[in-house]
Design a protein. Structure first.
Length: 280
């Protein structure tokens, strides 16, 4: 079974399961319409529905993570609603009539949603080779989205221009649709993933480490340099620097949605050469 939720990297990758709603931002700020080109994605794999985040980068292409597109059955549902649902009772996104086959374009169109076909970078390593991570994918839309202005992808080498000494003082913004890790309204007061409200959030995080494939950040709501961190469910959402996409959300180091987070760079030739095949 392919894993669609953002993996946790400690000494090995942990499977977090496909059927549970993904956990996400700790300390996230409701986005409103600050990043209207960031959308939520729903799709099926092996009969299970999962969700990720992604960014409109042209009128017909959504950029996301490779682990969000690898092995998708059928079509992908895309929505750019800032607030998807305030509660479980309000959540009304459709399920596929045939889960083992995934969504069809016809059923998503009938339900009023944009649909698209998933593609994964041919050199995606499935989290096995940090030197050839390539955790990037795209969804090619069945029809153009003209109501939202696409985001810009940073030029090749953008992150290489940041000196190592300046990385920890450089703030990056991540955007996504994961749920929030917080103390529940009742019961034991340990912070846990809360599934609703389901909405777009953003967090600001200082840089931590840069490799030829990956940038890592320190995401902690108690860090006075930033506002929080990402975790599963924000998978595929953009990491922004000066308003441009420099990476997409790939992995985290724990299930508390704080600490080191990893992001697949998109300002590198191996990614941009592939994206050029989609007119980007």
């Amino acid at each position: 079974m392919h894993i669609r939720l953002l993996p946790v990297l400690i000494t090995a990758l942990a499977t977090l399961g496909l059927q549970s709603p993904a956990t996400a931002s700790t300390g996230g700020t409701p986005d409103g319409e600050a990043h209207p080109n960031v959308g939520i994605l729903f799709a099926y794999s092996d009969g299970d529905r999962f969700r990720c985040s992604g960014t409109l980068v042209s009128s017909t292409v959504v950029l996301t993570a490779g682990h969000c597109t690898d092995g998708v059955d059928g079509q992908v549902l895309i929505s750019f609603e800032s607030v998807v649902a305030e509660s479980a009772e309000e959540f009304d996104y459709p399920r596929a009539a045939a889960p083992d086959e995934g969504y069809t374009e016809a059923e998503l169109t009938a339900a009023g949603f944009v649909s698209g076909t998933a593609y994964t970078h041919p050199a995606y390593s499935g989290f096995t080779d940090i030197k050839n991570w390539n955790d990037v994918g795209v969804v090619k839309l069945s029809e153009p989205v003209t109501s939202v202005a696409p985001a810009s992808i940073a030029p090749i080498g953008t992150l290489d221009g940041i000196a190592n000494s300046a990385l920890s003082t450089t703030l990056f913004t991540a955007v996504g649709y994961g749920t929030e890790v917080r103390k529940p309204e009742s019961g034991p007061q340990n912070a846990v993933p809360e599934d609703f409200p389901l909405l777009r959030r953003f967090v600001d995080m200082p840089g931590q480490k840069l490799t030829p494939q990956v940038i890592q950040t320190n995401g902690n709501a108690n860090d006075d340099r930033g506002t929080g961190g990402t975790c599963t469910g924000d998978s595929g959402g953009p990491l922004l620097l000066d308003g441009e996409i420099v990476a997409v959300t790939s992995y985290g180091n724990n299930q508390k949605c704080r600490g080191v987070g990893g992001y697949q760079r998109v300002d590198i030739a191996v990614v941009q050469d592939w994206l050029a095949e989609f007119g980007l």
